[in-house]
Every structure is written in structure tokens, then in C-alpha cells.
Design a protein around this ligand. Structure first.
Ligand SMILES: Cc1cc2nc3c(=O)[nH]c(=O)nc-3n(C[C@H](O)[C@H](O)[C@H](O)COP(=O)(O)OP(=O)(O)OC[C@H]3O[C@@H](n4cnc5c(N)ncnc54)[C@H](O)[C@@H]3O)c2cc1C
Ligand code: FES
Length: 266
């Protein structure tokens, strides 16, 4: 669907963990949005902060959308203080979104931290539209605190494997190592990833070795979110050469192997 400018009413808000916020927004005009797309939210009626903040869709429902975000700086701090009933000024849905496999291809959703938000949306979509599809979530965080914050939003029917860097929950180490060691994530699986750049590079390297298709959702600093300012461009690499793409317009979802060439450092 075409991006629109509209209003949404905040109907539910919950702090999940120390710095993670879940919001339900009444905005039926967004109910055709796709997993992997995002919205640009106006933070404040004043000029500070001036720029809208991009947040991925964590769920698309008949009545609107759900968001899951971390409080990082002034914008997300102000957003976390919105009261239920607040009217939110939104531009969306933006970006391309994930491309689902056409068949019953198993799906491995590989999340680093709050990168889980768009993957929760994808899991929900796959479970409702591809009921025979094996949907697996691989979640990696630094500590178990974030695991507890995210688990309530992972849909039933999606298997979950956890890795923490401090070993406080699940496997000890990186989520990409857990995926590599998982013999059931076979070659036919479609891999979807979202998280920090080093994790996405590791995922690109791994799936290049295994020959799996891998779509990743990138985060970039965004000013306009609609393709006008070129502030979010990243280089891509194809056999015929390099070109710059706008994360907000051509992305945020890309073929991992076009973003990370074999020799490219993070
Ligand atoms: C397409 C897209 C989808 C996103 N979806 C989500 C989501 O679902 N949930 C979520 O928690 N966050 C998401 N983000 C990141 C979110 O937009 C930023 O955390 C937010 O804009 C920070 O605003 P702030 O004013 O609180 O922080 P600022 O004061 O602007 O910055 C605080 C810190 O956050 C870092 N930061 C700011 N913007 C970004 C960014 N775009 N990417 C990475 N780091 C950033 C800064 O470098 C700084 O260290 C997404 C970003 C993009 C581009
Ligand atoms: S944020 Fe302006 S072009 Fe992407």
C-alpha cells in the first residue's frame, strides 16, 4: 500500500523490561502494511526533536499496528511518556518489507536484540498465511533481561532458541553461532535477519557458506524516511559492481549478500 500521512490513537502502552516499550495504535488505515515495513513517528508538537523517528511494525492487525522499541535517546524517551489516548502523527507504511517464500519453505528468523521487532511481525504473518510453514525464531541478546522483555510478543507456534552473550539464558555466545550449530536449519530454509551490523555481517557470511537465501532489515540514521534526503544511503555489491541505495526507500530489507561483500569489513 502507498505511504500515507495520518493519525493514530495510542490505545495500549506497556513497559516490558527496564527500557522496552510495547504500543498498540488504533490506525486501521495502516492495516494493509507488510512485515518489514516501518513508520515515521512525529515525537513532539514542538520543534525538539525535529526529526521523526523510524520504528518497525511489530504487528499489523485489522484495527492498526503494534510497535516494540527500546528507549535510546530523547526521541524514544518522549515517546515512552505518551499517555494512552495520545494522538500520534504517522507517515507510513514505509519501505519495501520482507519477501515471503512462495511455498512451505521453513523460515529461520534471526534476531539481535530489539531487531526482533520486525521479525515478530514476520512470524505472525507466516503463521497466519503459511500455516504449514515451520517458523523458528533465533534470538540473541547480551543478557537475559532483554529476553524477558521480548518473549511475551513472540507468537505461539513459533519455536524459540535463545543465545545470550553472558550465558545467563540459553546458549552462551552469539545467535549466529547458535544458528550455525543448528542442524535443523537446513539448506531449504529462508533466513530473515535484523539486528546490529556485525551480527548481520556474520549472518551474511554464514548463509553465503551454506548457500541459503538471506534477507536482512537494516537500521540507518534517517532524516526524511521517504527517499528525499539521501541521508540513509548504504553501498550494495553485485557481480556487476557497486551502487548506493537508500535504506528508507529501496530497503530497509535487502539481500544480505548484496550488502556485505565477502571482503567488506563492518
Ligand atoms: C527502518 C528502521 C526501523 C527501526 N525499528 C525499530 C524498532 O522497531 N524498535 C526500536 O527500538 N528501534 C528501531 N529503530 C531504531 C530507532 O529508530 C532509534 O532507536 C531511534 O530513532 C532513536 O531515537 P532517539 O531520539 O531515542 O535517540 P537519539 O538521541 O537519536 O540517539 C540515541 C542513540 O541511538 C542511536 N540511534 C539513533 N537512531 C538510530 C537508528 N536509526 N539506528 C540505530 N541506532 C540509532 C544513536 O546513534 C545514539 O547512540 C529503527 C530504525 C530504522 C531505521
Ligand atoms: S532518510 Fe532521507 S533518503 Fe532515506
Amino acid at each position: 500500500m502507498q505511504a500515507q500521512h495520518g493519525q493514530a490513537r495510542l490505545t495500549q502502552k506497556k513497559l516490558s523490561g527496564p527500557d522496552t516499550v510495547h504500543m498498540v495504535l488504533d490506525a486501521s488505515w495502516l492495516n494493509k502494511a507488510k512485515p518489514g515495513q516501518f513508520v515515521m513517528l512525529r515525537v513532539h508538537n514542538n520543534t525538539e526533536p525535529l526529526l521523526r523517528r523510524p520504528i518497525s511494525l511489530c504487528a499489523v492487525t485489522p484495527t492498526g499496528i503494534e510497535l516494540l522499541f527500546k528507549i535510546r535517546g530523547s526521541g524514544t524517551e518522549l515517546m515512552s511518556a505518551w499517555p494512552v489516548g495520545h494522538t500520534v502523527d504517522i507517515i507510513g507504511p514505509l519501505g519495501n518489507g520482507f519477501t515471503p517464500a512462495l511455498t512451505q519453505t521453513p523460515a529461520c528468523l534471526v534476531a539481535g536484540g530489539i531487531g526482533i521487532a520486525p521479525l515478530i511481525c514476520m512470524a505472525r504473518w507466516l503463521l497466519s498465511k503459511r500455516p504449514a510453514c515451520d517458523v523458528r525464531m533465533f534470538l540473541g541478546t547480551q543478557t537475559s533481561t532483554d529476553i524477558d522483555a521480548y518473549i511475551p510478543f513472540i507468537p505461539d507456534g513459533c519455536t524459540l532458541q535463545i543465545a545470550t552473550e553472558d550465558g545467563s539464558r540459553g546458549e552462551h555466545g552469539f545467535v549466529t553461532d547458535m544458528l550455525a550449530a543448528d542442524s535443523s536449519s537446513n539448506q531449504t530454509a529462508m533466513i530473515y535477519g535484523c539486528g546490529p551490523m556485525p551480527m548481520l555481517k556474520a549472518l551474511a557470511d554464514l548463509t553465503r557458506r551454506t548457500g541459503q537465501t538471506c534477507q536482512i532489515s537494516l537500521e540507518a540514521h534517517m532524516a526524511c524516511g521517504i527517499g528525499a534526503c539521501l541521508g540513509c544511503t548504504v553501498p550494495t555489491h553485485t557481480p556487476t559492481g557497486s551502487t548506493n541505495v537508500r535504506v528508507c526507500a529501496e530497503g530497509p530489507v535487502f539481500d544480505a549478500h548484496q550488502i556485505f561483500s565477502p571482503a567488506k569489513p563492518v
